[in-house]
Ligand binder design. Structure first.
Ligand SMILES: Cc1ncc(COP(=O)(O)O)c(C=O)c1O
Length: 388
């Protein structure tokens, strides 16, 4: 793989040319789902035609081999075995399967953090009520970069009843990359199961599942892998599959077979088939070069505004601690007002997220954005920053 520099516009323009974006606005809200590249969109349409044309013949005769091929490719990509992976419809579905199927007993505690994903909070709170569990929540300040201090916050919140530690790899609110392997090791040292939410991490940053040091993880394929909407991934280490009870009724598969957890009925195969094309697109540039480019795009706006008076960037200054995603606020202007004016006055689309009680503006460039998009954002922020 040639060494592709993150600021090599002649290379990245060839990647940008493979996305068809809306001409109507600058989309800097690519955190919800990742626009698939044109070759993936074309493949999706082809596969949908193929499936519709062949109908049940496709599903009954050709689908099992196609699914096995996609799973084998995902296994190669994530560094685990195909029989430890289940393709789901989203990270939320993966997380529901894991948490709702986990063998909790009344009185067990789940440890999570304020910055974890809202739907994960919902699942945990629902289960707590239903099963008589205790929820303990740590509060990691957005600007706490010291890993020892972060580990200490989690360690202090562990009790003898803690059964599961929910960990978010890349925080969707601020873009912060958490020391997830270290925290997973901390959990295991206390006999606690870490469950990792890697929804935003997979293919935004480079890693393999074994590096996380967890036996349970939930991911999206429709964010940074670039597969079509409606694709997620669930990982369970082979020796732990028997411990998770099916959320969707199933008595046909062995307790040790991960497919027992995927009995959701007839789902569209075309998006799953196009995972193959998304992985090929990702591999052609390489995960490392992609991560570096995304980080470079994020730095492009953050570095211009971080030290302006009244502007607060909620994403770490250390480039190793973030990827594409970042967030900011401007003193004296509510986040909702910033988001509205960015769209109305500059045709820049962003979104509000909450960090604790504070509303912040989240900015997420994608590979199809160029430096001019981030410069336009920085210019708008500069114009609104209060004078010194
Ligand atoms: C940290 C995190 N977990 C889970 C999800 C859920 O993703 P989905 O709704 O695609 O399942 C998101 C989505 O933004 C997320 O940021």
């Amino acid at each position: 793989m040639p060494d592709i520099r993150p600021d090599d516009e002649s290379y990245w323009s060839t990647i940008r040319a493979q996305y068809t974006r809306s001409p109507d606005f600058i989309n800097l809200e690519n955190g919800y789902f990742g626009m698939p590249a044109d070759p993936v969109r074309a493949a999706l349409r082809r596969y949908q035609d193929e499936v519709d044309r062949e109908n049940a013949f496709f599903l009954r005769t050709r689908w099992p081999a196609r699914l096995a091929r996609v799973k084998a490719l995902l296994a190669g990509f994530t560094g685990v075995a195909p029989d430890e992976l289940l393709i789901t419809r989203s990270a939320v579905e993966s997380m529901n399967i894991l948490l709702q199927g986990y063998p909790f007993e009344a009185g067990d505690a789940i440890l999570m953090a304020r910055h974890d994903y809202d739907s994960s909070h919902d699942i945990v709170r629902m289960l707590a009520e239903r099963k008589g569990l205790t929820v303990v929540q740590v509060d990691v300040p957005y600007d706490l970069e010291d890993e020892d201090a972060i580990a200490a916050l989690y360690a202090d919140a562990i009790t003898p009843r803690t059964r599961v530690l929910l960990l978010t790899h890349l925080v969707h609110r601020t873009g912060r990359i958490m020391p997830v392997a270290r925290l997973a090791a901390l959990a295991r040292a206390h006999g606690i199961d870490p469950i990792v939410d890697g929804a935003h991490a997979l293919a935004q940053i480079e890693f393999t599942i074994p590096q996380l040091g967890t036996q349970f993880a939930a991911f999206n394929l429709h964010k940074w892998v670039g597969a079509p909407l409606g694709t997620g991934l669930l990982y369970i280490a082979r020796e732990r599959i028997a411990d998770i009870a099916p959320l969707y009724g199933d008595v046909t598969f062995a307790r040790t077979d991960i497919d027992k957890l995927g009995h959701v009925g007839t789902v569209p195969p075309a998006p799953i088939m196009a995972i193959e094309d998304a992985l090929a697109f990702h591999a052609a540039m390489g995960g490392k070069a992609k991560e570096a480019r995304l980080r470079w795009l994020a730095r492009r706006w953050m570095d211009q505004v971080r030290d302006l008076p009244g502007v607060r960037v909620f994403t770490p200054r250390d480039p190793n601690l973030h990827g594409a995603l970042g967030a900011f606020g401007i003193a004296g202007i509510p986040a909702a007002e910033v988001v509205r004016r960015l769209m109305e006055e500059h045709r820049i689309f962003t979104v509000i997220r909450k960090f604790g009680g504070t509303e912040i503006v989240r900015v997420t460039p994608h590979l199809y954005n160029g430096p001019e998009d981030l410069d336009a954002l920085a210019a708008a922020i500069r114009q609104w920053a209060p004078p010194r």
